[in-house]
Design a binder for this molecule. Structure first.
Ligand code: SF4
Length: 380
């Protein structure tokens, strides 16, 4: 296939859907005894709802929406720390746009900006570095947020800042890694997970072998997937075929983009600049060992936590979730967004209570965007 339309071909999709139904019947999947397949990545969640795949697949397949949205898994305490940094008079705080509306305990970055904080949206950490060059009298902080997909660009920017001797640029590092939370979910006795659709963009950087533990230790299949409807349907079929055949392997449906061993240039930049933190707090999952990255000693001058004495460099302030908010349960696949009592009532895209409603990869945003109020069950 060469063109994106070919990955959306309805005739081909019908063929794959029929194959999914056959295998689902063979393994005895029904609406009452479904196969639980977690799509780890929030981009996959949105693609599933955008194309209505949840409705098109066999009744016996239940999609569980995983924690693969970096904005959503960020705990409120980290949003509070962003606001604290942004409100310093000497700071120009730079961020990607999708973090602007995420609620903190007191306010979001958007509200802080409305109140006068110097917060600027950028498209790349290099834009933030350029701002630092042009504003030598100010401190420019970049909000480094994301999984392995975005970590290399922040690492390369820190390397550039070091090379050019830029002294007024730092990164508030919230980069996280995919495998540890998956392990935490698999260790949770309350989770029912039969297989995984693995993240495409993250795997482009790390390759497919960091998921070996899922098949080798936990005996579950995982298929790294692309983002078009036929990619996702084929990946679901591959997961089902593994279950039917009694196999548990790491397979790569997205081989046109994902190299088996990842991207060596990106991996080298990450290894040079970052090291695992002892632990990092995730919304809904709590502290998970070695799940976050921090800046290594040779680059410490670019670490905003060290420079400004906040976050893990200081005593952290706990920030409980707002009352009635079920973000943690949705984030970990225990609850569907529409089962949250706040969905469409206390929490909408205009008045969000949780990050999942405003992030472009959030599960609640996906339900709202592609079904909106139709998902609302009558209030009791
Ligand atoms: S509807 Fe709002 S409060 Fe409920 S889980 Fe989603 S984002 Fe969180």
């Amino acid at each position: 296939m060469r063109y994106v339309e070919e990955f959306r071909d309805p005739v081909a999709a019908k063929g794959v859907l029929a194959a999914i139904a056959r295998v689902a019947d063979e393994i005895g999947a029904t609406r009452d005894t479904p196969v639980h397949i977690m799509e780890i990545c929030g981009g996959h969640t949105h693609a599933i709802f955008r194309y209505g795949l949840d409705k098109l697949v066999h009744d016996g397949i239940e999609f569980i929406h995983g924690p693969g949205c970096p904005v959503c898994v960020l705990p409120m305490s980290r949003v509070d720390e962003c606001v604290e940094l942004a409100e310093r008079p000497e700071v120009i705080f730079t961020t990607f746009g999708d973090a602007m509306r995420v609620p903190g305990t007191r306010k979001s970055l958007l509200q802080a900006k409305a109140e006068g904080a110097d917060i600027r949206m950028v498209y790349s950490p290099l834009d933030a570095l350029e701002l630092a060059r042009r504003n030598p009298e100010r401190e420019v902080v970049f909000f480094g947020l994301g999984f392995e997909t975005t970590t290399p660009s922040t690492a390369l920017t820190i390397q550039a800042a070091a090379r050019d001797g830029i002294g007024n640029f730092t990164v508030f590092c919230n980069h996280i890694t995919v495998p540890p939370p998956i392990k935490a979910l698999l260790d949770d006795p309350h989770m029912k997970l039969d297989g995984f659709v693995g993240p495409g963009h993250v795997s482009m950087v790390i390759g497919i072998h960091p998921y070996d533990f899922i098949s080798e230790t936990y005996g579950k299949p995982i298929v790294v997937s692309g983002f078009e409807p036929l990619d996702l349907l084929q990946s679901v079929l591959m997961v089902l075929q593994q279950i039917r055949d009694g196999r548990a392997e790491v397979e790569n449906q997205y081989a046109r983009v994902v190299p088996e061993h990842g991207n060596p240039v990106s991996l080298a930049a990450i290894a040079d600049v970052y090291e695992p933190r002892p632990s990092f707090e995730w919304r809904g999952l709590g502290e998970i060992d070695a799940s976050g990255l921090r800046i290594r000693d040779p680059y410490k001058q670019f670490d905003a936590e060290e420079k400004f004495g906040i976050g893990y460099a200081n005593e952290r302030k706990p920030a409980p979730e707002p009352e009635g908010c079920a973000c943690g349960a949705v984030m970990t696949g225990r609850m569907k967004p529409t089962q949250c009592p706040q969905f469409g009532r206390g929490c909408t895209p205009d008045m969000p209570l949780g990050a999942l409603m405003v992030s472009s990869e959030g599960a609640c945003a996906a339900y709202w965007t592609y079904g909106g109020a139709r998902h609302l069950e009558p209030a009791e």
